[in-house]
Design a protein around this ligand. Sequence first.
Ligand SMILES: Cc1cc2nc3c(=O)[nH]c(=O)nc-3n(C[C@H](O)[C@H](O)[C@H](O)COP(=O)(O)OP(=O)(O)OC[C@H]3O[C@@H](n4cnc5c(N)ncnc54)[C@H](O)[C@@H]3O)c2cc1C
Length: 511
Amino acid sequence: MEQKQINLRDGDCVSLWQSEVVSSYSDSALDIAKIFDVVIVGAGITGLTTAILLQQQGKKCILLDGNGVGFGTTGGTTAHLNTFFDTTYPEVEKDFGDGEARLFAEAGKEGIDTIQELTRTYGIACDLEYREGILYSETEKETKQLLEILEASRRAGVDAVETRDNGIPVEMQFAVSFKDQAQFHPLKYCKGLLQEFIDLGGVILDQAFVSEVSSQDDLQIAHVGEQRIAGKSLVYATHVPPGVTIFNFECAAYRSYVLGIKLKNGDYPEALVYDMQEPYHYFRTHEIEGQPYLILGGEDHKTGHENPEQAFKALEDYTRKYYYVESVDYKWSSQYYVPSDGLPFIGLIPGESNTYVATGYNGNGMMLGTIAGKLISDLILGKENKYQKLFSPSRIKPVAGFSEFIKENADVAYHFVADRFAAEDIDSFKDLAAGTGAVVDYKGDQLAVYKDDQGKITALNPTCTHAGCTVKFNAEEKSWDCPCHGGRFDLQGQVISGPPRKNLVGKNVIN
Ligand SMILES: Cc1cc2nc3c(=O)[nH]c(=O)nc-3n(C[C@H](O)[C@H](O)[C@H](O)COP(=O)(O)OP(=O)(O)OC[C@H]3O[C@@H](n4cnc5c(N)ncnc54)[C@H](O)[C@@H]3O)c2cc1C
């Protein structure tokens, strides 16, 4: 087995976690004819947790990632571990019921407990620490909401009390303290899980993008380039399943922005802190090699709908309003999926007998990705799991016109509009600054054009290969982002995240 070092993620900005290099393993001697018990697609927290729990139980698993461990949102998370969620307990009580709110709260606690248990069992040094979590209000309206959250949290069995201090230099009206919350280093944790998975006999292939899955004789067959990898069950741990699916209607893609900051006065928060603005800000501290960093996130918006440069600027302006900033050492953004009814979709894909999905975690995928690992592994092992019904993807009601939508999408022709694109034509792009990109008109068609620092132009068809929307340039992460369902492509047009299965078509032109 060949071992190499991979620490990339799905964007140009570097997250605080990436100094932790995750070794990845590609098995060049892999016996392709072998039938695995479970093929797991995606090596973030969901895929790794599922893989280790199944391998522990004697299932033969293979983990396939189009890139490497932590390349997706797990490498761009902020890794707060909470017993409360973006979907609040009053919302869950109202939409699902009191018992369901209690069960949701149990999932939060069990997610943290499971991370703690795996960390202890395998001796994973991932900086796991228990902290207080503080949610605070700044207006009358927020205070009213927060009082309702406090009451509903208690009814759901969550240990929450009023507190007089939010632990940060932002003036507050009211605050609630949640006990036994936690934080950790997500890539150190993933690295530990990966090592144990391999030690237990699990197989991982990185750079293994699954472009298609077909069925044959009760087997699910993942297509990776020319390779065919067969399993009795298949799990999409890809954050959102690839292709045009019902989940595109049920989960909206959002980006969130994060700064990693050194402070002048050591005023780093002890607790995990959240305001109630929309979108909210979230705060915590993490030490990397003895240096503390304030990690401050927020300015979320739908992917491809706002300007990422402005989002970072707004976040930095907000930070400087309250903190004495010595330096902004890290800034990065990442993607998450907001479920239509507030709860994640974890379990069998509707209409399938051995293909599983885990998506729609909102900003709570550390706990919910862990619970997904437990729930899906229990389903595959034929065990009962108390969250099966609450998180079942089958609760999705059929969407009117969905099959028409798939049919139409299948007809989209993703040809490159400028096959005979000539170097002299790039005159029309001379106004484009080096290091930037834009969708421009070109002889009656549109092109997604990027000019690198040497003036070399890459021109792509801007039509997203997922559902035919037009991509937008993300100047911060240097990617082409689709505003419809969160498909994202790198500067060469390769899929980097979201539901697309095919790359953007295009070519390079030397200036
Ligand atoms: C800025 C930000 C902060 C957050 N903070 C928190 C937090 O504090 N606490 C919390 O609980 N949650 C948080 N979240 C949410 C959480 O990080 C995510 O829900 C979680 O990381 C998702 O993990 P995952 O394993 O499901 O997906 P990912 O980590 O995205 O992994 C998916 C993997 O699948 C691979 N893949 C995709 N498609 C294919 C394919 N076709 N073939 C092969 N491989 C494929 C990708 O390369 C990737 O490695 C945050 C999210 C954001 C954006």
